[in-house]
Design a protein around this ligand. Structure first.
Ligand code: SIN
Length: 524
C-alpha cells in the first residue's frame, strides 16, 4: 500500500500538548502564524503537565526574584545556567499573572477572602507555589486547551505520533543540499488511526514532548513519557546536554495497583514526616533541612534506609503532623489512597522514590532555539540549563510556560514565509518491502529489559560497574530493536519502543561518562 502520500504544511509544527506546547501554540496563533499541534495520545490533555500535582512557582509575599534565583541555583548544585534562571525569575511571575490567570483563567486555589494561596515545597525559602488543590497540572491543562481551541490559527490533531524530524540535508534527494546548513523542516508522523505515515512541512518546529520517566521501572510519569523528543532530536543531530541528571521524586505511592502514583511534595511542605516502618523519623540524620531538603538528598536517604533495613518502602505521615484540612488540600491523593484502603486522615502512606523528571535534554538558548536550525524545544524535553544538576520543586511548569511563550515570540518575529526547500526533493515515506506484524509479547519484554536495566544500573545510586553493565546491555538491545524497527509494520507501540531504548542509552552513556557525583547524578 502506498504510504506517505498525505502532506500538510504550516508555519510552525508543535509536537506535544503540555503547558509548553499549548502556551507556544496560543502565542504563535495569536501572532497570526498557522500552527499544527500534534499529540500522540487520543486525549489532547494527556501529558506530563496533566499529572503535575504540586504547583507552579511564582513570587510569594516577602519574596523576590533574587531569593527565587538563589533557591533554584542551590538546588541545581552549582551548574545551573544563571542566564536562564534569571529569565525565569524575572519573566515567570508576570506570565503566571497575565497569561495563566488573566487570559487562560486557571482557577488557582484561593483563601475565603479571595487571595491566592501559596504553598511551600522542599528547597524553597518561602511559600511561593500556586496550586489548584493537588491537581494543578490538570487545571492548567484544561484552561489552556480551552483557550487554544478558540484560536482559529491553531489546528489541533490528536492520535498522531511523530516518527522522525524531517531535516535537510538528511532527507533531501537533492545531492547539492549537502552544502546547505542542516535544518529542520517538519516531521514524518504516523496517523495512529489508520497506521499510515504522513508528512508535515513547517518552517519552524517546536519539540514539547515532555519527559522520559517510562524508561524506568518505577516512575511518577504517565505512559506517554517514553522519551520521544530526546530520541528524535538526537537522530536529527541536535545537541543534548545534562542527560545524566534524572530526578527521582522521593514519594510515590507503594502499592501493587498504583505503581508510581505521586504523593505530592507539598505534603512535606505542610509538615508531613518520613518514617521508617517502625514509625521513626529519619530525615534529620541526613540533612539539617530534614524533610524539606532537596529532592535528591531525600530520595537517597529513603533509598539508604530501605537498603539498610531491608524494607521495600518507608512511610509518609501527614495525619499526625499537619495542621490543615487534609481532605480539602489534597483531594486527589485522599481519594486515590482511600480507593486502595489507605485512609490518609488516620494512617501513614507507604512511599518509595520513583523516576520523575529529566533535568537535561535538548540544549536550547534563551529563546528555545536548539543547535539545529529552525528546531526549537521547550518544557521537560529541553535543557535551558536552569535546572542544572537537580530541579527545584514546581519550577518545571513555569519553565514550560516561559520558554513556550519565548520560543513562539521569537519564531513570530523571524518568520518570513520562505521555504528553504522544494517539497518534491523530500521523499515519500518508504515502508519496508515486506512489513512484519508486531508481536506485543516481544515489545513488552523489551520494555521490561529497558526499565529494569535503567532502574538497577542507572538509578538513584550508580556505580561505574553498574553503568558499564547497563550501557553494554542497552547497546545490545538497541541494535536488536533498531533492526526490528526497520522491518516492522509501524504502530505507536513500535515507535515508543524505538524512542525509549534510544533515550535510555543516551542517559546511561551520559551517566557513564560523568564520574563526578552532583545533584541527581550520584555515583559511588
Ligand atoms: C509534586 O507535587 O511533588 C511534584 C512537583 C514537581 O515535581 O515540581
Amino acid at each position: 500500500m502506498m504510504k506517505g502520500n498525505t502532506k500538510h504544511s504550516c508555519d510552525i509544527l508543535i509536537i506535544g500538548s503540555g503547558i509548553a506546547g499549548l502556551a507556544a501554540a496560543i502565542t504563535a496563533g495569536e501572532q497570526g502564524l498557522k500552527v499544527i499541534l500534534i499529540n500522540k495520545e487520543a486525549l489532547l490533555g494527556e501529558s506530563n503537565t496533566q499529572h503535575a500535582q504540586g504547583g507552579i512557582v511564582s513570587l510569594g509575599k516577602d519574596d523576590s526574584p533574587q531569593l527565587l534565583i538563589k533557591d533554584i541555583m542551590e538546588a541545581g548544585d552549582g551548574i545551573s545556567n544563571v542566564e536562564a534562571v534569571t529569565i525565569l525569575a524575572s519573566e515567570g511571575p508576570a506570565l503566571v499573572e497575565d497569561f495563566l490567570i488573566g487570559q487562560a483563567e486557571v482557577p488557582f486555589s484561593r483563601s475565603e477572602s479571595g487571595a491566592l494561596e501559596y504553598a511551600k515545597e522542599a528547597g524553597h525559602s518561602t511559600r511561593r507555589i500556586l496550586h489548584h488543590k493537588d491537581m494543578t497540572g490538570k487545571a492548567i491543562e484544561e484552561s489552556l486547551i480551552k483557550k487554544a481551541q478558540t484560536c482559529k490559527n491553531i489546528r489541533i490533531v490528536t492520535n498522531y505520533t511523530a516518527i522522525d524530524l524531517l531535516t535537510i540535508p538528511h532527507h533531501s534527494m537533492n545531492p547539492l543540499s549537502l552544502y546547505r546548513e542542516p535544518q529542520c523542516i517538519g516531521a514524518y508522523v504516523l496517523n495512529n488511526r489508520d497506521e499510515q505515515v504522513e508528512m508535515i512541512f513547517s518552517q519552524y518546529t517546536l519539540l514539547a514532548t515532555g519527559g522520559l520517566g517510562k524508561i524506568y521501572l518505577h516512575t511518577t510519569n504517565p505512559p506517554c513519557a517514553t522519551g520521544d523528543g530526546f530520541a528524535m532530536a538526537d537522530r536529527a543531530g541536535a545537541r543534548l546536554i545534562n542527560m545524566e541528571y534524572i530526578q527521582f521524586h522521593p514519594t510515590s505511592l507503594f502499592h501493587k495497583d498504583a505503581d508510581g502514583f505521586l504523593i505530592s511534595e507539598a505534603m512535606r511542605g505542610e509538615g508531613a514526616r518520613l518514617l521508617t516502618k517502625d514509625n521513626t523519623p529519619f530525615m534529620d540524620h541526613y540533612s539539617p533541612r530534614g524533610e524539606l531538603a532537596p529532592r535528591d538528598e531525600v530520595s537517597r536517604a529513603i533509598y539508604e534506609e530501605m537498603i539498610r533495613r531491608g524494607d521495600s518502602y518507608v512511610y509518609l505521615d501527614i495525619a499526625s503532623y499537619a495542621e490543615i484540612d487534609i481532605k480539602k488540600r489534597f483531594p486527589l491523593i485522599y481519594e486515590k489512597c482511600l480507593s486502595l484502603n489507605i485512609d490518609i486522615l488516620k494512617e501513614a502512606i507507604p512511599v518509595v522514590p520513583a523516576a520523575h523528571y529529566s533535568c537535561g535534554g535538548v540544549q536550547v538558548d534563551s529563546w528555545g532555539r536548539s543547535s539545529l536550525k529552525n528546531l526549537y524545544a521547550a518544557g521537560e524535553v529541553s535543557a535551558t540549563g536552569m535546572h542544572g544538576a537537580n530541579r527545584l520543586a514546581s519550577t518545571s511548569l513555569l519553565e514550560g510556560l516561559v520558554w513556550g511563550v519565548r520560543a513562539a515570540r521569537h519564531i513570530a518575529t523571524h518568520f518570513d514565509g520562505e521555504k528553504p526547500y522544494q517539497e518534491s526533493e523530500i521523499p515519500l515515506w518508504q515502508p519496508p518491502e515486506k512489513e512484519e506484524e508486531v508481536d506485543p509479547a516481544l515489545i513488552q519484554q523489551d520494555w521490561l529489559s529497558i526499565t529494569s536495566t535503567m532502574w538497577n544500573y542507572v538509578g538513584i545510586i550508580r556505580t561505574v560497574k553498574r553503568l558499564e553493565r547497563g550501557t553494554d546491555d542497552l547497546r545490545y538491545l538497541k541494535n536488536r530493536i533498531d533492526d526490528f524497527y526497520r522491518r516492522a509494520h509501524l504502530t505507536p507501540m513500535v515507535l515508543n519502543l524505538r524512542n525509549g531504548i534510544q533515550t535510555a542509552l543516551i542517559v546511561a552513556e551520559a551517566a557513564f561518562s560523568n564520574r563526578k557525583s552532583r545533584g541527581a547524578h550520584y555515583i559511588k
